[in-house]
Design a protein around this ligand. Structure first.
Ligand code: AMP
Length: 287
């Protein structure tokens, strides 16, 4: 595996990479969820670049930018083991040599759910993803369904700006008890870790009720908030995966997501569970 820390180094390595080239953008502190994206990229492309960059633009004031977990040696070992070709690990000044003047700003996709709770988060995500795509010029880029709203923003970024890259979405990797793997899980104390899967269980209960045809989401949300305890619910919503506008009335015969965030102590967990709602029962016909 070769490591590039500057844009110039990455570009000169990229020139000679056999295509198609895959990019897997990460913030490091890698775990089996990241590894699943890398494995898929390895299976589908001739060259794999993994970027590791804790992007300050996507952290709001008061979030965990300063203490975000970093494990560069373990990360490099994991990526070597997955036969990654190139690790791109730029510094902050390499990615932002001057204060960023031009941003990519999602509009309605960032209005709900994570958007209002993390000011400028999706603007930071869309901007850094565009920069990484421009530097690495992959044919395919791999993103996890765990960050479902981020995935929607990236898909729309590529469509709206006519970018020549396929976005590949990858299923959420979970612990045996349902907790979605996350770099932030290493913040959890023993008690917090035991309670953490309640977020998944509560969202799965909403998704399962939707699959069986229930549509009264407000009752489902009240039950979900109770089921999450002792986690403190930040929000729960049911959305279309490409819109992220909370639905009051969930339409039949549709793909939707039950999404939510909850606090285990000061650690904020997010998760998403898919559901396909049933067709409306056909009218009974007599004779
Ligand atoms: P992060 O390093 O948290 O920014 O994540 C980098 C990529 O890995 C994003 O596309 C995430 O959605 C994806 N990812 C993180 N955790 C998981 C997981 N448990 N399962 C699948 N993908 C994940």
């Amino acid at each position: 595996m070769r490591t590039a820390v500057t844009v110039a180094e990455l570009r000169s390595i990229r020139e000679r990479l056999p295509e198609p080239v895959a990019l897997v953008p990460t913030m490091g502190a890698l775990h089996a969820g990241h590894a699943s994206l890398v494995r898929r990229a390895r299976a589908e492309c001739r060259s794999v670049i993994v970027s590791s960059f804790v992007n300050p633009l996507q952290f709001a004031a008061g979030e965990d930018l300063g203490r975000y977990p970093r494990s560069p040696q373990d990360d490099a070992r994991l990526l070597e083991g997955e036969a990654v070709d190139v690790l791109f690990a730029p510094s902050e000044t390499e990615m932002y040599p001057r204060p960023q003047e031009i941003f990519v700003q999602p509009l309605t996709l960032g209005e709900f759910c994570e958007g209002p709770r993390r000011p400028d988060h999706f603007r930071g995500v869309a901007t850094v993803v565009l920069k990484l795509l421009n530097v690495c010029r992959p044919q395919q880029a791999y993103f996890g369904e765990k960050d479902a709203q981020q995935l929607a923003v990236v898909q729309r970024l590529v469509a709206d700006l006519h970018l020549e890259v396929d976005i590949v979405s990858c299923p959420i990797v979970r612990e045996a008890d349902g907790l979605a793997l996350s770099s932030r899980n290493r913040y959890l104390s023993g008690d917090e870790r035991s309670a953490a899967p309640n977020l998944y269980r509560a969202l799965e209960a909403i998704a399962s009720a939707l699959r069986s045809g229930q549509r009264d989401v407000n009752r489902l949300f009240a039950e979900a908030r109770t089921a999450m305890k002792p986690l403190r619910c930040d929000y729960v919503a049911v959305v279309r995966p490409d819109e992220f506008r909370p639905l009051d009335d969930v339409p039949p015969d549709s793909d939707v997501l039950a999404v939510g965030a909850a606090f285990a102590g000061v650690t904020r967990l997010i998760d998403a569970v898919k559901a396909r709602t049933p067709k409306r029962p056909t009218d009974e016909r007599i004779g």
